[in-house]
Design a protein. Structure first.
Length: 335
């Protein structure tokens, strides 16, 4: 994937910032249930382990061929770590080139079901859960684990205050793994700033963050810029707002500006949404959460979209209040 592709929108390449690299996340294909809108039409009718393994490998093949070199997974994404580990073992040349990030702190509890489930995953940021899950992750990914994040840190998480957990994470960092956190909720910015202040033996503990940023939820941006200035790896997740910014779902007043820009530029709404994330100067990686090869190809077209300042200004009116955005997200059904 070229870092300075020919633009399809707006000003020439010399007038725009260098775009962030695109990565592939596996949340939508590692388990039968997730909260992406329209998922029923995206996955095989029979969501067996083998069917989703095949779909995950197909997406990894396509992403790697397109130049993607960052793959994201998590302990709670069903069997996504396993699927990725198998793909890496089958592609040793690719494994030597890619960066692999995973997350711990949620335990998958749906037992490969989509209905009749009280909780699809349970969060706990304790030393006991870390000890168990880092062993599980290492058993699958071994030395291929490059980035390990505390999953979905909010301001009340022990991950920000527990010295025993900090010591364990520091030991992992000393073993060459970049340690960080993912964030969620309306107080993402505060969680990132608290994490920036965490030290072990006088040294900063965390050096990576994966945060939600999209055209509807931009509140974390100032804190993510601070993390970037501190040398952290900054990964953008949910750039499509769990499908709310996909063309098939971007039909309401909240996405009118995105549709107007798509009509003016002939770029798809999803490519524009991810290009807007990539245009943020603090963004290192922007994840695609595609569930089909066609979605992935459309998402990766973001690398060829050059948004002008005028384009970005037109999209700047889209953000919702953070509290409202996260209320909507929490109401999305698992399907």
């Amino acid at each position: 994937m070229p870092t300075e592709p020919a633009p399809t929108s707006g000003a020439g390449a010399s007038a725009r910032p260098r775009p962030a690299r695109l990565g592939l996340g596996t949340a939508a294909v590692g388990r039968p249930g997730y909260i992406t809108l329209g998922r029923a039409a995206d996955l095989p009718a029979e969501r067996t382990v083998e069917a989703l393994r095949e779909r995950t490998h197909t997406l990894l093949d396509a992403a790697y061929a397109a130049g993607v070199r960052y793959f994201d997974t998590a302990r709670s994404y069903g069997r996504a770590e396993e699927f990725l580990a198998q793909w890496l073992a089958e592609h040793p040349g690719a494994a030597a080139e890619v960066t692999v990030g995973s997350k711990w702190g949620y335990t998958y509890t749906a037992d490969w079901r989509t209905t009749g489930v009280t909780a699809h995953e349970v969060k706990e940021h304790s030393t006991a859960v870390y000890d168990r899950q880092v062993r599980e992750t290492r058993a699958l990914l071994g030395k291929r684990l490059d980035v390990y994040l505390v999953h979905s840190v909010t301001t009340d998480s022990p991950a920000l205050t527990d010295p025993a957990l900090h010591r364990r994470l520091a030991a992992l960092a000393a073993d060459g793994v970049r340690v960080g956190l993912s964030t969620s909720g309306p107080a993402q910015a505060e969680a990132v700033r608290r994490a920036l202040a965490v030290t072990v033996d006088g040294q900063p503990l965390f050096s990576a963050v994966q945060a939600t940023w999209n055209l509807l939820e931009t509140s974390a941006a100032p804190a993510l810029a601070e993390a970037h200035r501190a040398g952290w790896l900054v990964v953008v997740k949910e750039g499509m707002a769990n499908g709310r910014l996909a063309g098939r779902n971007a039909t309401g007043d909240d996405t009118a500006a995105l549709r107007a820009l798509a009509a003016r530029t002939a770029a798809t709404p999803d490519a524009l949404a991810l290009a807007a994330a990539a245009a943020q100067p603090w963004a290192d990686i922007v994840l695609s959460g595609a569930a089909t090869p066609d979605q992935l190809a459309s998402n990766l077209a973001a690398a060829d979209v050059a948004l002008t300042p005028e384009d970005l200004a037109a999209l700047a009116a889209m953000p919702e209040p953070a509290e409202a955005y996260w209320r909507t997200r929490s109401s999305l059904p698992w399907a």
